[in-house]
Design a protein. Sequence first.
Length: 350
Amino acid sequence: MQTKTEYKLTQYSHGAGCGCKIAPNVLDEILKTNGLKNVFPNLLVGNAERDDACVVDIGNGDAIVSTTDFFMPIVDDAYDFGRIASVNAISDIYAMGAKPIVAIAILGWPINKIPAEVANEVIEGARKACADAGIALAGGHSIDSPEPIFGLAVTGKMKVAHLKKNGGAKVGDHLFLTKGLGVGILATAQKKDLLRIADADIARDSMGQLNKIGLIFGQQDYIHSMTDVTGFGLLGHLSEMCEASELTAQIDFEKVPYLNREVIDYYIDKGSMPGGTNRNWKAYGHKISDITDYQKSILCDPQTSGGLLVAVCPNHLADFKKLTEKEGFSLGSFGRIVEKEEKMVYIQKN
């Protein structure tokens, strides 16, 4: 009889974390409609904006924010899976500049393959993430499914004046990312049993970090645009920001943050490439300037519970630096927003 610690959850799923996301071009096909569109004047952010969560104006300058996010295991440990999936879902609330207030769980479990006690560990991890965010895991829904699936539906609240959308960037804005890239590469290494013991906690620790600073970012008028970087990779989410803002981004690849460049390069050399990387490039590569295969492996790497991508007014870089350092971050600009050009994103050639 196996004990719960012997169940490696990544071996029970065909994908991992936000790498399971449907590609942007396929999603467009799913969501398109030829029917009449209902008009809801109090819906401030909905499907049309391709943003992180929907936002509903409830009057008196207040708004409710709602989102859901779920995926298959990104780590082997059940507790960590529940915690990371929950942090990832809650991030969508922070990415709008809002405060989470309650969550409910979404659980799919192969009950004929993995014992219920392992699913209990997933739920315990979720409770911990919710507690760290200051909210209750107040209920949920479960089904018997072929693969393990977990996530949350999260509700938040905010002042309408603090709303941050993925659109709204302005010419001259500097780009910052609050977490380094490479999660998809490390997760793939784990799934392939290539991950060294010394590297086991790098992705896990990053994915488990709440994007609480998004609530503070929402209160800063000099932050013009914000989104979190997840399954579409940095280039995918940056392209969405540029499209929504009707502008273009220029980035300096050498300044893009990694979780650990030496470690990430090691696994790239080992062929640890998520399937989502090429899927992402196929979906939006035509919007990007020419890049090398190595740059693609980093910039299109699907992130799970990734960092916040923000566009900051150049006149307030000192204010931004002071704020982020106070919150324990050391961030550097990796690009700028410019007037709209043929491509959405240009990678600077050094």
